[in-house]
Design a protein around this ligand. Structure first.
Ligand code: HEC
Ligand code: HEC
Length: 376
């Protein structure tokens, strides 16, 4: 073999492995998103999804007939709301940032600290929770029964004589399983379309899986390993001087059974601790998906970071500091990224969101007097 042929063969080999992979990196540990899992006891039908859509937008499932799911999960605000902390049921404020419902179908545990095990269960907590829907089951069922279209739809979909609020939550869950996005530029790229990412995004992807090590936690098709970490998000400043927010926060500490001392002194959201009551879980939150984040600012459980640039800056500095510093993850370290690398990483994050999901809001049926009971 001449030197020349050997050289050509070696180049071909390099192109086939390392060099080619750098041009179009597809790191292990990341993947395109497939369809969401559907629980066997709540199969999807078009009629159920249509009912769930109406119920998601209808204030009928709340205490005051004024707080639909869509109030805090507005399609035009990334199916969330763009305040740091969500507003709450009238007379209250919520205590955490509103999460997008887009792609929530894929999570094993819902909410910032994973307090809910299914979308069905989550919808119930939202409709009944004191700082969210604040509804009573009896009242909500009675109202549904005054709407002929709902009576008919619950009968058709679930065989109900009277609409059951449990079935309402199942329909809402089914609807949310349609709010998924599997064709982002990232998905198309991972599925083989080399052109779906631009050069900056490809460099960003390599950083994500390499130097910046985001992939240690944001992995898999959802870009979340669904584990819990304290990454040092600083506390929400509003809790110091906003009376309403103080009331909600102290109430949550009390209602979720923290110690007397914590109830009196803690100024920060203990996150996973509420579920486990282990002090090493204070300040830990579920790793969120990075999908659809182009539309879901501000970021983190308390909305403390406004833009994706701020997020990358935050990680570059080695995260921040909160009351539970002892639990901060060792995976969060200063990254030493250059200005160009930061821009590339932000560009890559942009590839995880496709077009905004903006359906026409459904037409909502209204209450009618019940048919007169026959006199005898
Ligand atoms: C008053 C505002 C408000 C209302 C009303 C509301 N939500 Fe939420 N939603 C939030 C906030 C805030 C969070 C995060 C709460 C937490 O982690 O403790 C959230 C979280 C969620 C999540 C979890 C997403 C994830 O990534 O884990 C889903 C799903 C959801 N809401 C669906 C609903 C549905 C369905 C309804 C109606 C039945 C509803 N929400 C009503 C504010 C609201
Ligand atoms: C140690 C695990 C870990 C690593 C490493 C990590 N993250 Fe995160 N990320 C989290 C957790 C946990 C949260 C939620 C924290 C909270 O709300 O307090 C989060 C939140 C985010 C959010 C906000 C999402 C939202 O919906 O508000 C973005 C964006 C993000 N991370 C991007 C990145 C990028 C980019 C990197 C790499 C530079 C990275 N993360 C590295 C665990 C991690």
């Amino acid at each position: 073999m001449s030197i020349r042929t050997t050289f050509t063969a070696l180049t071909a080999l390099a192109v086939a492995s390392g060099a080619w992979a750098q041009e179009n990196p597809r790191p292990e540990g990341l993947a395109a998103l497939g369809p969401p899992p559907i629980p066997a006891d709540n199969p999807m039908t078009p009629e159920k999804v249509a009912l769930g859509e109406m119920l998601f937008f209808d204030p009928i499932l709340s205490g005051n007939y004024g707080m639909p799911c869509s109030a805090c999960h507005l399609p035009e605000a990334g199916w969330a709301i763009q305040d740091r902390i969500s507003f709450g049921y009238p007379g209250t404020t919520h205590w955490r940032n509103s999460q997008t419902v887009v792609n929530s179908a894929y999570y094993g545990k819902l909410f910032w600290a994973g307090a809910s095990g299914s979308l069905e269960h989550q919808a119930r907590s939202a409709a009944r929770g004191g700082v969210a829907g604040n509804g009573e089951d009896d009242g909500m069922e009675a109202r549904l029964a005054f709407v002929p279209e709902y009576v008919e739809a619950f009968n058709e979909v679930f065989g109900d004589d009277w609409p059951s609020v449990r079935h309402a939550y199942m329909a809402i869950a089914a609807y949310q399983r349609t709010l998924v996005q599997t064709d982002t530029p990232f998905d198309n790229y991972m599925n083989g379309d080399d052109e779906a990412l631009d050069e900056a995004q490809k460099r960003g992807l390599e950083l994500f899986a390499g130097k910046a090590n985001c992939i240690a936690c944001h992995s898999g098709p959802l870009l979340s390993n669904e584990a819990y970490y304290n990454i040092g998000v600083p506390p929400y400043a509003g809790w110091e001087d906003d009376e309403l927010a103080q009331i909600t926060f102290r109430f949550e500490l009390y209602a979720k059974g923290s110690t007397e001392e914590m109830y009196r002194t803690t100024k920060d959201d203990p996150g996973l601790y509420f579920r486990t009551k282990q002090k090493e879980d204070k300040g830990k939150f579920r790793v969120p998906s990075l999908r659809y984040t182009a539309y879901t600012f501000p970021y983190m459980h308390n909305g403390m970071l406004e833009t994706l640039e701020d997020v990358v800056e935050f990680y570059d500095q080695g995260g921040g500091e909160n009351e539970f510093a002892a639990n901060k993850s060792e995976l969060i370290q200063p990254l030493g990224l250059t200005a160009e690398e930061k821009a590339d990483l932000v560009a890559f994050l942009g590839s995880l969101s496709g077009d905004e999901i903006l359906p026409e809001p459904p037409e909502l049926p209204s209450m009618q007097p019940l048919p007169a009971v026959a006199q005898n």
